[in-house]
Design a protein around this ligand. Structure first.
Ligand code: GDP
Length: 376
């Protein structure tokens, strides 16, 4: 692709060439089309050192790994100036994104997620794919021990040219982390990565967040001592398009097969995570690689079925809408909690409520009126 020629031109050719049937934005007649013409012209302001936004754009689209890493750092930055530049960059990269399958992988620590990602990643690279590995771990900034933080966990994968591994952004709260991950997906796709693996831990709210940004959601479990269904929350199982019973090797193989039967029976009674797709259960060994090709054909099958029945793009569109609402609501909260007058009044009414001098409903109403008066 000649980037210089197509950059910000009115032609949609570059987009058409760069995206195939995975890109929600360029589905013919679907109405969700974003053309490069809609992208704002990038100012060639310096962002970091000598790198301009234009360099970022070109570097990413050309698949330059160093620039890709820098672009993600820009996206992850908490500085206001960087935020604005990142938004501009993302807007311009959007027409080049979407050309991927986004896969979420969850499971409790120790279930073998990183081993699985390494084995699956290497298998996919062998098949000619480009794999980006991201993670969502809001605890990483607290514990400093981010999942994926230690690249030695995926040493062989991290050495591959067609793989890009990025640990969880340390955004503190889940909202911050997920915004950054959402945008990082776009940057990675624009850089030509066609398989995006997003790891999250099998605890807390992050499953729901990751589910809301992926096409396919995989739950990794290990066969327990007869209490398979109790160890993990039913809610997480309901989010999964497939359950992988990992470590199905050695002595554990028989137990894993039993667990597969149990889970297969259980998922039959659950509402499907994706319409028109009955969640599947399979066994594998991330360590030996047994079952990994089967896992990939299952994901490919899922993609074919959901493209065929329209759910694939419908889901992406719903996710885009959901994301818009979330950003809008977050923006309102940001506005509220950064406004000096509201901050003072909040402190004032907090005391009044705690001293039982005013009812919570009355306090909330007054605060809401102050907010409304500000946006008139
Ligand atoms: P994570 O915390 O979910 O990322 O789990 P890891 O990938 O770090 O794996 C935890 C431990 O389980 C490591 O010691 C792995 O070597 C081991 N492990 C992972 N997958 C398998 C597997 O398929 N079979 C066996 N026997 N061990 C595995």
């Amino acid at each position: 692709m000649d980037i210089n020629k197509n950059k910000f031109s009115n032609s949609t050719d570059s987009v058409k060439n760069n995206n195939n049937n995975f890109a929600v934005r360029i589905v013919k007649g679907e109405g969700g089309e974003i053309k490069p013409a809609q992208a704002k012209k990038i100012v060639s302001s310096k962002i970091t050192g000598k790198v301009t936004l234009n360099n970022y754009f070109k570097g990413v689209v050309e698949g330059n790994r160093t620039i890709l890493a820098k672009a993600i750092t820009l996206v992850e930055s908490n500085s206001k100036k960087h935020h604005q530049a990142a938004q501009e960059l993302i807007t311009n990269l959007l027409p080049y994104s979407g050309n991927s399958i986004r896969i979420g992988i969850t499971g409790i620590p120790g279930s073998g997620k990183s081993t699985l990602i390494e084995t699956l990643g290497l298998y996919l690279i062998e098949q000619g794919h480009k794999v980006a590995v991201l993670s969502v771990d809001p605890s990483s900034s607290v514990s400093k021990g981010s999942i994926l933080g230690d690249k030695t966990r995926m040493e062989r994968l991290s050495q591959q040219t067609n793989c890009f591994i990025r640990p969880s952004p340390s955004g503190g709260i889940l909202g911050g982390v997920s915004r950054k991950t959402h945008e990082t997906i776009i940057v990675c796709e624009a850089a030509g990565f066609n398989i995006i693996l997003i790891e999250t831990m099998g605890v807390g709210q992050s499953e729901i967040t990751v589910r809301s940004m992926v096409d396919f959601f995989l739950l990794v479990l290990i066969a327990g001592a007869g209490d398979e269904l109790q160890g993990i929350k039913r809610g997480v199982i309901e989010l999964a398009d497939a359950i992988l019973i990992n470590k199905a090797d050695g002595d554990n193989e028989t137990r894993s097969k039993m667990a597969k039967i149990d889970y297969s029976n259980a998922v039959r009674y659950l509402r499907p995570a994706t319409k028109g797709w009955l969640s599947k259960v399979l066994t594998a060994s991330a360590l030996t690689g047994k079952g990994i090709p089967e896992l990939w054909s299952l994901i490919e099958n899922y993609r074919n079925v959901t493209i065929e029945n329209g759910e694939f793009y419908k889901k992406r569109k719903n996710q885009a809408l959901e994301w818009t609402y979330r950003l809008f609501e977050d923006g309102i909260k940001d506005f509220i909690y950064n406004d000096e007058e509201i901050k003072t009044k909040l402190a004032e009414y907090k005391k009044l409520v705690l001293n039982e001098n005013i009812l919570p409903t009355a306090a909330a109403e007054i605060l809401l009126d102050i907010f409304k008066s500000k946006i008139k």
